[in-house]
Design a protein around this ligand. Structure first.
Ligand code: ADP
Ligand code: MG
Length: 393
């Protein structure tokens, strides 16, 4: 190894990491070494032929550009396989792999219990009835209607619950073997892992031969062109074979940033449903349901207090009930509204009460130095029009 080569390559690496971002840098370049540097060529060692080819096809242009800037002359870059790198890489990967496999083993999302998340114990109300009906339809007759099914909505509103509910509702050992539930993040990690280890065949075998592919948190694919491409191909294969695909995401397909147009079109080609935040009645029903599940009895006034004050997601309501359950078991007694107020201080405080129209009216009137009622008057002078715009905003 030449000192000049080492220096040149480390300069180039520095610029490359800036140019392509840390993740891709770590994936493809962290494990490389300079071998030699001549007037017009630089030789670089990489761990495997596969990596050499990948770098050649995907990063050649940026490499040559960076190198000629750094070295002040144009050089060609050649890659050779360095067996020692490969051994180091293997050792590191063996460690990484055991972690990955651990993560893969219980095929369910952290903190969610597949048994608990069934379609039967999903509380249905105006905010989720369409999504629920679609999920039931898909579970009952996969790949007939609503394919793909795309569920979107804010965090903690029940997307993962519905996905697991669909998976859990499929009966029969043969059918169950054909289900694959994976988060987009795990899909991405496994894809990159397979790329690096030359195990793409196994990866594709796994995801392209399922009867029902369920992908959670699809928004994770934003800004990941290589994984998107792989997912597109996975999707196309499954769709050709008439398999069902179900997805969940925190936003509508069109609003996922930097998502390939071809994926967006496919996501929109089936059924897109949205989960809304629950309203008061629904929250009350959820609180009662969750309390029942935890075998605690909440006096009606307490349930109403929770439903009235914890106005965020279902997950927060669930958290509130869990907290009350803990208080109940600690105090050994029943829960009163004042205990609940005390116990849920944090949750309740975090929700500001809704701002009402008269308050907006008053605030804008004061700020714009208008008279009361000006905003609602028929006059249309410029300052008034402007103040009205501010109020509308
Ligand atoms: P998301 O995936 O949308 O972030 P989750 O599916 O993880 O939300 O839901 C958060 C928690 O709320 C879970 O424990 C889930 O069981 C519960 N939950 C959400 N919606 C409902 C519902 N309609 N009925 C019963 N439990 C629900
Ligand atoms: Mg989720």
């Amino acid at each position: 190894m030449q000192a000049s080569a080492v220096a040149a390559w480390s300069d180039i690496l520095c610029d490359i990491s800036r140019a392509i971002g840390e993740t891709r840098y770590n994936l493809w370049f962290r494990n490389t070494v300079a071998v030699s540097c001549e007037q017009s060529s630089l030789k670089v060692g990489v761990p495997s032929t596969f990596m050499a080819e990948w770098i050649e096809t995907h990063y050649r242009d940026v490499l040559l550009e960076v190198a000629s800037k750094r070295l002040g002359r144009s050089v060609d870059i050649a890659f050779v396989v360095e067996p020692t790198l490969f051994r180091n890489k293997r050792r590191r990967e063996a460690a990484a792999k055991s972690e990955l496999l651990d993560e893969a083993a219980p095929r369910q999302p952290a903190g969610l219990d597949i048994g608990r998340c069934s379609l039967d114990n999903f509380v249905v109300g105006p905010c989720n009835s369409v999504a629920y009906a679609a999920a039931c339809k898909v579970a009952g007759n996969p790949a007939t209607a609503y394919n793909p099914l795309f569920i979107h909505g804010g965090v903690g509103l029940g997307k993962t619950h519905l996905l697991l509910g669909i998976a859990g509702a499929i009966r029969g050992p043969r059918q169950r073997r054909g289900i694959e539930y994976v988060s987009a993040e795990a899909f991405t990690n496994r894809f990159l892992f397979a790329l690096r280890n030359g195990t793409l065949d196994a990866f594709r075998q796994r995801y392209r031969t399922t009867k029902l592919l369920i992908i959670d948190d699809v928004h994770f694919l934003a800004n990941k062109p290589a994984t998107q491409e792989e997912f597109l191909n996975t999707y196309n294969t499954l769709s050709r074979e008439g398999c069902q695909v179900v997805m969940a995401s925190d936003s509508h397909p069109k609003l996922i940033s930097k998502l390939k147009e071809s994926l967006v079109t496919r996501f929109l080609s089936g059924m897109v449903v949205r989960l809304e935040k629950p309203g008061y009645d629904m929250r009350l029903q959820l609180v009662r349901h969750k309390a029942e599940q935890r075998h605690i009895s909440l006096p009606p006034a307490v349930a109403e207090f929770v439903a009235g004050n914890v106005t965020g997601s279902v997950r927060e309501l669930e958290g509130a009930v869990n907290t009350l359950a803990a208080y109940a078991s600690l105090s050994g007694g029943s829960i009163t509204t004042s205990i609940a107020r005390e116990a849920l201080k944090g949750l309740v405080k975090s929700h500001c009460r809704p701002v009402r129209l008269p308050e907006i009216d008053a605030a804008v009137t004061a700020y714009a130095a208008l008279r009361e009622g000006d905003l609602r008057s028929k006059r249309r002078t410029r300052p008034l029009a402007r103040a009205r715009h501010v109020a509308m905003y």
